[in-house]
Design a protein around this ligand. Structure first.
Ligand code: FES
Ligand SMILES: [Fe+2]
Length: 386
């Protein structure tokens, strides 16, 4: 049973909050690099902070507080310079380190700019995604998950802004029990009412199998979710799906195709759900010039949930549970064991961070960060009773 205070502690992401301080120990995606090709200066948000992301004319990325350090006008309307971004209002130029390097309206002999700085955060690009880090210095290594570093020519990113707290979105990834009902029984029901022919096709080809067993194993960097529908050799059981702490799921296959899912808290009531997909092609070795980005709305042109798609169904269930689910009203059953484990891990690791320690999956050893592959952990071997 969760109290109102515990729910608040688990969900709030702003600066100087229990979970916000934990989440600041990690890199999070803030944009797709291809977005910067059309918009070299763009507003982004992360962990309740309004920021501006830019690529200056020399190619350097910058991630700064959005309000200009002069009089707080949004730098998202700024202009890229050879080095840094120039504010639209009075033309002060800020470099990616947060230094003010030009103040055209101040006297030429003035040294005032040398005394002025603004908040600047580390920012890095990998696999066509741009990541930001808002935590304590020194920043850890940006995790090189396999899908981000495969030498593939085919990759793309899909992003959806979900109007609810991040924890609902993350918990849905720790809840395989919903697949059979939401993406099976309910999917069939929706199609029966809208497209009987499509429904017959869905029922004959895509109806999810019943889960006979599921398990959650803690591992060094997070939690491995497993479920068994047929036998112990099937991938969903033998390998499972790792959930790298705090909120990155990896669905990778041996043939070099896979998806990384990032759950990115924008603020307390909006989440960016990012799916980054890669698959091999004949042109292996020739990296894509640009990784396409698709901004996928969660609802249709009438504002209705797209419940005739699996992603639209997931969107509906997390959004309708409230902007921040009131977890005092829950009645958790046996299938909720994974998300209970996840909440316990979040609280435990937030306490580690609050005590000045380093939480799990913060990477500092380059030798162990060349390529992060699927963890090979036998089912049940690291299970911690919950
Ligand atoms: S507010 Fe940005 S230069 Fe004045
Ligand atoms: Fe789902």
């Amino acid at each position: 049973m969760i109290t109102a205070e515990e729910n608040r502690q688990l969900t709030e992401v702003g600066p100087h909050t229990f979970m916000g301080d934990l989440l600041r120990h990690y890199w999070h995606p803030v944009a797709s690099a291809s977005q910067l090709e059309t918009e070299p200066v763009m507003p982004v948000e992360l962990l309740g902070e309004k920021l501006v992301l830019f690529r200056d004319n020399s190619g350097t990325l910058g991630l700064l507080a959005r309000g200009c350090g002069h009089r707080q006008t949004s730098l998202a309307y700024g202009m890229p310079e050879e080095s840094g971004v120039r504010c639209a209002y009075h033309g002060w130029v800020w470099d990616s380190e947060g230094n003010c390097i030009e103040q055209p309206s101040e006297p030429a002999e003035s040294t005032f700019r040398q005394k002025v700085t603004t908040t600047a955060y580390p920012v890095e690009e990998l696999g066509g995604l741009v990541f930001g880090y808002l935590g304590p210095s020194p920043a850890p290594l940006l995790p090189r998950y396999n899908i981000l570093v495969w030498n593939h020519s085919n990759r793309e990113t899909h992003g959806t802004v979900v109007p609810c707290n991040w924890l609902q979105v993350a918990e849905n990834l720790m809840d395989p029990a919903h697949i059979e009902n939401l993406h099976g029984r309910y999917f069939g029901y929706v199609l029966d009412r809208t497209d009987p022919q499509e429904s017959a096709f869905f029922r004959s080809r895509f109806m999810p199998s019943a889960i006979k067993r599921s398990s959650f194993d803690l591992f060094e960097h997070g939690i491995i979710e497993r479920h068994l529908c047929r036998d112990e050799q099937e991938r969903s059981w033998a390998t499972g799906s790792p959930f790298f702490f705090p909120a990155t799921a990896m669905v990778a296959r041996d043939n070099g195709s896979g998806t990384l899912i990032f759950v990115v808290p924008l603020d307390d009531e909006r989440t960016w759900f990012v799916e980054h997909r890669a698959w091999p092609s004949e042109k292996k070795g020739e990296p894509q010039q640009s990784v396409p980005f698709y901004d996928v709305p969660g609802t249709d042109e009438h504002g209705q949930f797209r419940i005739a798609t699996a992603n639209g169904q997931d969107h509906m269930v997390v959004v309708t549970a409230g902007a921040t689910t009131d977890r005092r009203l829950e009645h958790l059953g046996t299938t909720d064991v994974g998300l209970i484990m996840y909440r316990q891990l979040l609280i435990e690791q937030a306490q580690v961070a609050a005590d000045g320690g380093e939480p799990i999956n913060v990477r500092r050893d380059p030798a162990r960060n060349r390529r992060i592959d699927l963890p090979q952990v036998a089912a049940g071997s690291l299970r911690v009773p919950v």
